[in-house]
Design a protein around this ligand. Sequence first.
Ligand code: CA
Ligand code: CA
Length: 642
Amino acid sequence: MRVRVLLLLTAAVAIEFSSLAVAGAPQSASSSKPAISKIEPPNWWVGLTPDLMVLLSGHGLEATHVACNLPEVAVRRTQATQGGDYLFVWLRLDAKLRSGTLVCHAATPQGEASFELPVEKREPTAQRFHGLTSDDVIYLIMPDRFANGNPANDEPPEFPGSHDRTEALAWHGGDLHGIQDHISYLKELGVTALWLTPVVKNGATQDYHGYSAVDLYAVDPHLGTLDDYQELAARLRQQRMKLFFDVVPNHVGPKHPWVAKPPLPDWFHGTLENHLDSFSPLKGSFYGKPSGNASAVAANDPFEALVDPHAPESLRRNLTEGWFFGMLPDLNTENPVVAKYLLQNAMWWVESAGLDGLRVDTFPYVSRGFWEQWHAGLRRVYPNLTTIGEVFHPDPLVASFFAGGRKSWDGTDSGLSTVFDFPMFFALRDVLLHGAPVGRIANVLRQDELYPHPDWLVPFFANHDVPRLAGEPASSPEKVLSAFALVLTLRGIPEIYYGDEIGMTGGGDPENRHDFPGGWREDARNAFVAEGRTPEQQRIFSSVQKLLRLRREHDALRAGKLTHLFSDDDSYVFLRQTEEERVLVVFNNASKVRHISVAQAHTTAEGALHATPLYGDGGADVTGNELRITAPPESVSIFGLE
Ligand SMILES: [Ca+2]
Ligand SMILES: [Ca+2]
C-alpha cells in the first residue's frame, strides 16, 4: 500500500517525504574540503524540461550552499546525503534560458567546489524521435558479438584481462564502430531499425551483455564512446534507419558504486545484505496449472499474480521489489527521487542520440505506477517515441496486461507502446520444434482482442536470451525459414536476431551469442558478403532477404488485416488484406506434402480467381469457389490473390 500512496502525492510533496526519511538516517559530519567527482546528468538541453535534478558525487558536500551563474537558472533546494558524499541539487530552468554553460559553486564552511553543466540547444527534431510503424523490421544486435570496428578498444586500460575471444563469457571486441561499418549489410538485408543490447558502462569481465550497469551516463569503453554512439545514430538516420536503446530501470549491476553507498537509504529495495529475491513464490497449483512446463523455454517467472486483481500483495512483492536472480540491485522505483533520476536518464539517451524508441528490460519487475509516470514524462517531450516491454510469458492475458493504452483494474495505464509477442514466440517454438499443433498460432492470434494495439505487437522467434532456433536438436534450415516467413508475414512489427539470417547455431546463453563470422579481421570467413557464406548460409540469407523485400513491396504484409482461412494440427493458411491487395500465406509444418482445399465463399478470399506465387515452392489453384493449395513439407509459401 505504501507504494500506491506515495505515487499519488505530487512530486514536490513526495520529494519532501523522501527528505524526511533521510533526515532520520545517521550521517557523520564531514570536515573535509568539498570535492565533486561526478555530475549526473553531465549536460542538458534548453526547453526540454522546466526543472532538473542534478546528482553530484564527491566528498565534503554537507552543509552546502549552491549558487549558479545564469540568472535564468534557480537553485530550488539541495540535499546532501551519505555524510556529504552525494549532493542532490534541484534546479528550475526559466523559459528565457538560452544555451550556455551553467557554472555552479558549492560552498561549505570547509571550502568551495564548482561544477559545470552545459545546457545546449536541441538539434532540430524533424528527423528524430519518429518511433516505429508496421513498416519497420527490428534487428537485434549484441554489440560485443557483431563486428569489431576498432581493435584499439578491445581491452580498455581500466578493464585488464576482460578481452578474450576464446572465452564465451569474456568481451570479444565487437563495438559501435563495427555496427556502423555494416550498415550497408543491414540495408542489403532489408531491416529498418536496430535494437542494441545495453551500451551503458558495465563493471565486470563477464558483463559483455550490458545488463549490469555501473554508470548510467556512459558508454562502455569496450563498445566505444558517446561520440561513437551519436555518430552511429546519425549514420542510421541518413539511411532512414531507426535506433533503439535498451533501458533497464529495474536494476543496476552488482558493481555499481551505489550498491556499497546508495545516494539515499532507500535508493534500492532492500540492501546488499538484506533484500528479497525476484523468484516468485507463486506455485503453478495456485491457479490449477498442470505441473511441469510444456513450453520449449520456460518463462522468467510466473507473472500471474501481478495481473490478478484478487492476488494478495505478498505474492507480488518478490517480483517487483526482489533482486533479479537474487543478485541484481533492485532500484526503488517508488521513491520519487529515484524515479526522477531514471526518467531524466532515459530522456538524456533519447535526446543525446535522437532515438526512435526504447526496449524496456524486465518490464513486469517494476511497479506499474512507476511506468505510468515515466511514460507520461517521456511523452511530454517525445510523443512518438516507441517503447517495447519485455514480458517473458506465454499467456496473452499476462502479456497484454502490461501493454499501455488503457487503464487496468489497478487504475493504471503503463503507458507502454507495446510488448514483444512472447506468446507467439512460445507457440512458434512449440510448433516447429516440439510437435505442438499448428493451431496454436491461430490460438495466440484470436486473443489479439486483449491488446489495445495488436498491430504494434512485436512477433519474433529468437532473441539473445533463448537458444538459437537453428541450434535446437529438432531444428532444420526449413524450420528456420518457416519461422522467418511467419514472423515477417503475421501482424505486427517483427524482430529478428543477428545471425539467424545466416542460420547461426548455438544453444542457450552464452552459446546463442557467438560472434558474427566476418566481424573480426582475423576471421577465416566473412558472412557479411555473399562470397564468404557457405551455400547453406547463402540459401537462408537470400530467402530472408526476399521475405523482407516482399514485406516492403506489399502493403498487405505490413498493414493488412489478417484473417484465418484454415488451421489444424499441421497447417495454417491466412490472408493479409488491404483495400488494394490480398496476400495468401500457407504454412505446412508436416513432414510430407499437403493438399488443402478452402471454400472461398464467405471468406476474405471470396471473388479471387488467380494466385500469383510470390515466395516458396507451393502451388495454389484458384477456381473462384475453392482455393486448391499444394504445400510442400515444412514450408511457407506466399501468393498474391487477384
Ligand atoms: Ca573493439
Ligand atoms: Ca523491481
